[in-house]
Design a protein around this ligand. Structure first.
Ligand SMILES: C[S@@+](CC[C@H](N)C(=O)[O-])C[C@H]1O[C@@H](n2cnc3c(N)ncnc32)[C@H](O)[C@@H]1O
Length: 283
């Protein structure tokens, strides 16, 4: 395994700024409930929660055991960049859990693992959630599953970290869903890229969750709501707004390509599965 994996700043997909933010929030939070991290990958964000939890003074050492609930299917796919796992080492669907376990080795006592597709996760029985970190909402279906699973367990004062937010990804349903839930969350702070922290001011109820369902929104609804969010961010942080604008543009482009059957450029070794050349959109 790569030597970098044993360093303090674990190889992963969060920035140093985000790692420091997670550690600080976890250290300072008066903890009573669970910490839920959805999307653990190699454990970089998990390790940040562990470091913060170790320094947290509101719990005894015993009470800290298993408090961080890490959800991931830990399954290799081509989305894993070769800098993490060289091509050819694992096949699609192989588990990369051993990388996570090795990185967290000394700290696994703090972690409760939930391995598998979060869409099929059983009902959450872990009580109220103090910190919910989401780095998993890569499709509308996952977004909705995660909202339904965890949001009813957020209480006023709980923190929600949306890690995929300030990024030029296609995940604009995050903006749309959070806009529809604006009576339940206030924005507290954000990193220069990716993570935005919200404080829960009202637990979302069934009607709120239905209203914020990404799957139930049309492309136009998602785009319209995102445009409103973009205008708000233009007042808050123009660099973040730029990322959000790119995300909306990417999304518009993907929708248009799909509508007109334009095939995106693919790597040569990737088999062409469709004959109509319309890309399969994940949303
Ligand atoms: C961007 S990575 C998380 C990065 C991590 N937070 C870090 O600090 O490096 C997203 C993770 O979500 C997981 N994931 C994506 N879809 C999932 C699903 N439906 N169920 C469970 N895990 C999923 C992937 O396996 C991947 O490890």
């Amino acid at each position: 395994m790569n030597d970098d994996l044993t360093q303090k700043n674990l190889l992963g997909l969060i920035t140093d700024e985000e790692r420091i933010l997670i550690e600080r929030l976890t250290e300072e939070m008066p903890l009573k409930g669970a910490i839920v991290e959805a999307g653990s990958f190699f454990g970089a964000s998990t390790k940040a929660f562990v470091e913060g939890l170790k320094r947290n003074k509101s719990l005894t050492t015993g009470e800290k055991q298993g408090r961080i609930h890490a959800f991931d299917k830990f399954e290799y796919g081509h989305w894993v960049h070769p800098r993490f796992i060289p091509r050819g080492l694992l096949q699609k669907g192989d588990s990369f859990l051993s990388y996570f376990e090795e990185n967290l080795s000394a700290d696994m006592d703090y972690v409760t693992l939930h391995i598998g597709d979060v869409i099929e996760a059983p009902q959450w029985e872990g009580g109220s959630i103090d910190i919910l970190f989401l780095d998993i909402c890569k499709t509308p279906k996952i977004n909705d599953a995660v909202q339904d699973l965890f949001f009813p367990h957020l209480k006023p004062g709980s923190l929600l970290i949306q890690q995929d937010y300030i990024a030029s990804t296609l995940n604009i349903w995050l903006y749309a869903a959070m806009k529809r839930l604006e009576h339940c969350f206030v924005r507290k702070e954000h990193c220069s890229v990716n993570s935005v922290v919200y404080e829960c001011i009202q637990t979302p109820n069934t009607e709120d969750l239905q209203n914020a369902s990404a799957c139930l929104m049309s492309h136009s609804e998602r785009i319209d709501l995102s445009q409103q969010v973009l205008e708000e961010w233009e007042e808050i942080d123009y660099r973040a707004a730029e990322q959000i604008q790119y995300a909306i543009l990417h999304y518009r482009k993907a929708v248009a390509m799909n509508r007109y059957g334009i095939r995106p450029v693919k790597a040569e070794d990737e088999p062409i599965e469709r004959t109509d050349f319309a890309p399969n959109l994940p949303f």
